[in-house]
Design a protein around this ligand. Structure first.
Ligand code: NAP
Length: 298
């Protein structure tokens, strides 16, 4: 039987560690870790994600500060807010909830975030450090995937790993993290020729294409590990209802693989957990606290 890589279960286990870490170290720091989340506009999915992050923070003892700005706010005002948060001594992490309305210069806003508070790991300084394999804030979804693999002792070193997708959010940083951990990585994208054949060679196949059910059993070899990053809400056969699915046609693939991530309950919960880890990592550095959580940082 294939092994389910249960992100929900692992995230609860990690949260327990984080909660203990905060309760022990709060006495030294004399304040809880603080996370600022900036949301611009009324994107519904963003609202759900921000709520989930707020709840996760309160479960472990991180203080969250939500800044919900109207979409008629000016770029300069958002820049000012980020600058203020950069200097705010109660804030360890700053997250700009994406996507933001198109009129904003997203790249500039991300680059303004102090790298040591850039809990999404998207700032060019942190990306550069990832390229150089130096310790830094790592982006959350890729870091969550590495932790999921490690939790089941799935070796990365020496493995042939194919990543579908080259986005700055997932595919690129993930490929670099896997390379730094001595995987032999092939990064693929929409212009890749013979994608199916390349994927079939993978010991670990990670799919972050944003295309529902792109990958079926014809893409995988027997005994592979498959990680499904995609998340989509589709209409179900009962037309009033919707259901979630990933980029992988799971029911077709599961009988063939050694291990897989479910959707939902695989990569998604780990992304939120890594945001908490990064916030605490920044707090830990600011107050010179113990490094007992460092095994969670790829
Ligand atoms: P993205 O920015 O749209 O990037 C998609 C990547 O996949 C691009 O590099 C694209 O290639 C490639 N691609 C698209 N169609 C392809 C195809 N048919 N064959 C091969 N490659 C293809 O998406 P993203 O932000 O990386 O997110 C990917 C998925 O993960 C989405 O469903 C998103 O919702 C989900 N996601 C989930 C989490 C989570 O926590 N669970 C977090 C982040 C993202 P080109 O570069 O050539 O266009």
């Amino acid at each position: 039987m294939s092994l389910k890589l249960d992100g929900k279960k692992l995230s609860l286990e990690i949260e327990e560690r984080l909660k203990n870490y905060i309760s022990i170290h709060k006495k030294i720091a004399k304040r809880a870790p603080g996370l600022a989340v900036i949301r611009i506009g009324e994107d519904q999915a963003s609202g759900v994600y921000v709520n989930n992050k707020e709840k996760a923070c309160s479960r472990v003892g991180i203080k969250s500060f939500i800044f919900h700005l109207k979409d008629n706010v000016e770029q300069k005002e958002v820049e000012k807010l980020i600058n203020n948060l950069n200097f705010d001594r109660d804030i360890d992490g700053i997250l700009l909830q994406l996507p933001i309305p198109k009129k904003f210069d997203e790249e500039r806003l991300i680059s303004l975030i102090n790298p040591s508070k850039d809990v999404d790991g998207l700032n060019e300084i942190n990306m550069g450090k990832l390229v150089k394999n130096e310790p830094a804030m790592r982006s959350c979804t890729p870091a969550g995937i590495i932790n999921l693999l490690r939790s089941q002792n799935i070796t990365i070193e020496g493995k042939k790993i194919v990543v579908i997708g080259r986005s700055l959010l997932v595919g690129k940083p993930l490929s670099l993290m896997l390379l730094n951990l001595n995987g032999t990585v092939t990064m693929t994208h929409s212009k890749t020729i013979n994608l199916n054949k390349l994927c079939k060679e993978a010991d670990i196949l990670i799919v972050a294409a944003g295309k529902p059910n792109l990958v079926d059993s014809s893409f995988v070899k027997e005994g592979t590990v498959i990680i499904d990053v995609g998340i989509h809400r589709l209409k179900s056969s009962d037309k009033d209802k919707t259901r979630l699915c990933g980029d992988v046609l799971l029911e077709d693939v599961i009988p063939k693989v050694f291990a897989y991530t479910p959707v939902p309950g695989g990569v998604g919960p780990m992304t939120v957990t890594m945001l908490l880890v990064n916030t605490i990592f920044s707090w830990q550095k600011q107050f010179g606290l113990s490094s007992s959580l460092n095994d969670l940082l790829p």
